[in-house]
Design a protein around this ligand. Structure first.
Ligand code: PLP
Length: 457
C-alpha cells in the first residue's frame, strides 16, 4: 500500500495570512521583545534555554503569571494553553493540592539527599496503578531513560538498543539519532560521530522488521512509547505491542515503555489501560507539576539486579545511576499530591470526554471545509492529521507535520488567546481545562481554517 501524498496547501494564501498575523503578534508583544533585547547581552538568543526560541518562528512571549490552564505575558496578553509546557504542567498552573503540599515541604526542607516517607507512597501508588513493583526516581524522563538503557546493557551484556522511527526519548546521545540514506546517524550537532552506532531505528507497527533485528541476539533494549506522541500521533495496530513483548522475551531483550507523555492519557498510563507488559516503564513530565521529577518502574528481577550492583562511594563500583537532586523531597511531595489528588479515575474520565469534544469539534470543522483530514484522538490528546488515513508509522506521520501550516495556525491562534505549542504535538486537554476552554479553542481553529480555505461555516 502506498502512503497518501502530503496535503497540498495554497502556499501563497498561507504566506499572506502568516505575514498579517506576524505583524499583529509583533505589535501585541512589545514588552516581551524589549525584554528579549535586554536579555541578548547575557543569554544567547536572549533566552535562558535556546529551545525556547526554536519552538516557534515568532519571538517568545515572556511570561508574567499563570493560573489554571492559562498564562499571561508581560504585555498583558492572556493565552489558554493547549500544550501546557509540553505536558510538564498537565495538572494545570498552581493546582491547589500541589501548591499546599509543596509549600509545606519547602518550609520543612526541600532536599536532603536522603529519603522521605513520601517516596514510599509514590512508589506504592505507581506499583498499584502501573503494575511494576519497584521504582527509582530521577530529575527528568531523559535521566530515567538513560538509566534504563545502562541497566539493560549491564543486565543483558549487550550494547544495541532499538527505537522506532518518529521516536523522541529525551536528551540522550544514543536516542538523538535519525535514520537516513547513510543509515542511523546523530540527529543534532555536538554529538560524537559514533553516538548512534549502537542504535537501530525501525518502523513502528512492523513486527517482521523487529523480529529480523532481534534475531541477531545482540539487542539489550527496545525503547518505545506505547503510542508515538512526538510525531503527531501514531497508534499501535492491534496486537503490535503484545507482539513486541513476545519477541523481546523470545530473544532475551528487555522492553521499556516510555510513558513520559502517555501516562497523562489514561489512569495508570497506557500500560494499565491497554494491559501491557514491560520490564521497565518510564514516567515524567507533569508528575512534579513543574518541579523536575521523573522515575522508572522495573520488574522484581531488575530491582534485585540493581540492588546487587548499586554504585558505592565507599565500596565497589556499580551501575551508573543517580544525581544530587534526584528524588528531592520537594519533587516527591509534588508527585504524591498529584497522584493522590489530581490523577484520579474521575478526573481521567473527565479529560477523556473533553478530548473527545475537542476531536469531534475539529473533525466537524474539517468536514465543513471539505478537507479530507482526520482529527487525532487518544484520551485528552487531539490533533490535525492532514490525510484521510491515520498514520501507522513515523514516516507517514511526518506528512502531517507541515511546518508552514502549523506555524501560521499557531500564530493566528496566539493572536486570539490560544497557545498551541510544539510542532510535533497536537492540542492537549489538561486537568485544568473546561468545556468552555475547548469551545474557545474550536472557535479560533474554525476561524483560522475558514480564512485559509474559504468555505463559510
Ligand atoms: C516520550 C518522551 N520521553 C522522554 C522525554 C524527555 O523528557 P524530559 O525533557 O523531561 O527529559 C520526552 C520529552 O518530550 C518524551 O516525549
Amino acid at each position: 500500500m502506498t502512503a497518501a501524498p502530503a496535503f497540498s496547501f495554497d502556499r501563497q494564501r498561507l504566506a499572506q495570512l502568516r505575514a498579517r498575523e506576524d505583524a499583529s503578534f509583533s505589535a501585541r508583544t512589545q514588552a516581551s521583545q524589549a525584554l528579549r533585547e535586554e536579555a541578548r547581552a547575557y543569554m544567547p538568543q536572549g533566552v535562558p534555554m535556546a529551545w525556547m526560541v526554536s519552538l516557534n518562528r515568532f519571538s517568545p512571549p515572556f511570561i508574567q503569571h499563570a493560573e489554571g490552564c492559562g498564562f499571561t505575558d508581560v504585555d498583558g496578553n492572556h493565552y489558554l494553553d493547549f500544550n501546557v509546557a509540553d505536558l510538564s504542567m498537565t495538572m494545570g498552573y498552581g493546582p491547589g493540592p500541589i501548591v499546599e503540599a509543596v509549600s509545606r515541604q519547602v518550609r520543612a526542607g526541600a532536599q536532603f539527599l536522603l529519603p522521605t516517607a513520601d517516596a514510599i507512597a509514590v512508589a506504592k501508588l505507581l506499583a498499584e496503578r502501573v503494575g511494576l513493583p519497584c521504582w527509582q526516581f530521577t530529575l527528568s524522563a531523559s535521566g530515567a531513560n538513560t538509566e534504563v538503557i545502562r541497566i539493560a546493557r549491564h543486565l543483558t551484556g549487550r550494547e544495541k538498543i532499538i527505537v522506532f522511527d518518529g521516536h523522541y526519548h529525551g536528551h540522550i546521545d544514543e536516542t538523538l539519532a535519525t535514520l537516513g540514506e547513510h543509515g542511523v546517524t546523530p540527529e543534532q550537532l555536538g554529538l560524537p560521530k559514533n553516538s548512534a552506532a549502537q542504535t537501530l531505528i525501525l518502523p513502528f507497527n512492523d513486527l517482521p522488521a523487529l523480529e529480523q533485528a532481534l534475531a541477531h541476539n545482540d539487542v539489550a533494549l527496545v525503547l518505545t512509547e506505547p503510542a508515538l506522541t512526538n510525531c503527531t500521533l501514531v497508534q499501535p495496530q492491534a496486537e503490535f505491542l503484545q507482539g513486541v513483548r513476545r519477541l523481546t522475551q523470545q530473544y532475551g531483550t528487555l522492553l521499556c515503555l516510555d510513558e513520559a507523555h502517555t501516562f497523562q492519557f489514561a489512569y495508570g498510563g497506557l500500560t494499565a489501560a491497554w494491559q501491557l507488559e514491560a520490564d521497565f516503564v518510564v514516567l515524567g513530565k507533569g508528575l512534579g507539576s513543574g518541579i523536575a521529577f521523573a522515575l522508572y518502574g522495573m520488574s522484581d528481577a531488575i530491582a534485585r539486579h540493581l540492588e546487587r550492583f548499586t554504585d558505592s562511594d565507599i565500596g565497589p563500583v556499580g551501575l551508573a545511576t543517580g544525581g544530587t537532586l534526584y528524588a528531592s523531597a520537594l519533587a516527591v511531595t509534588a508527585a504524591r499530591a498529584s497522584l493522590e489528588q489530581v490523577l484520579t479515575q474521575a478526573n481521567f474520565q473527565r479529560i477523556e470526554q473533553l478530548g473527545q469534544r475537542l476531536a469531534d469539534g475539529l473533525q466537524a470543522i474539517f468536514n465543513a471545509q471539505q478537507l479530507p483530514w482526520q482529527a487525532f484522538q487518544l484520551g485528552p490528546r487531539s490533533g490535525y492529521c492532514l490525510s484521510a488515513a491515520l498514520p501507522v508509522n513515523g514516516a507517514e506521520a511526518q506528512r502531517s507535520m507541515d511546518v508552514e501550516f502549523i506555524d501560521c495556525r499557531r500564530l493566528y491562534m496566539a493572536n486570539r488567546g490560544i497557545w498551541d505549542g510544539i510542532l510535533s504535538a497536537g492540542p492537549q486537554v489538561s486537568f485544568a481545562h473546561s468545556e468552555a476552554d475547548i469551545d474557545a479553542y474550536l472557535g479560533v481553529a474554525r476561524g483560522f481554517l475558514t480564512e485559509l480555505f474559504g468555505l463559510p461555516v
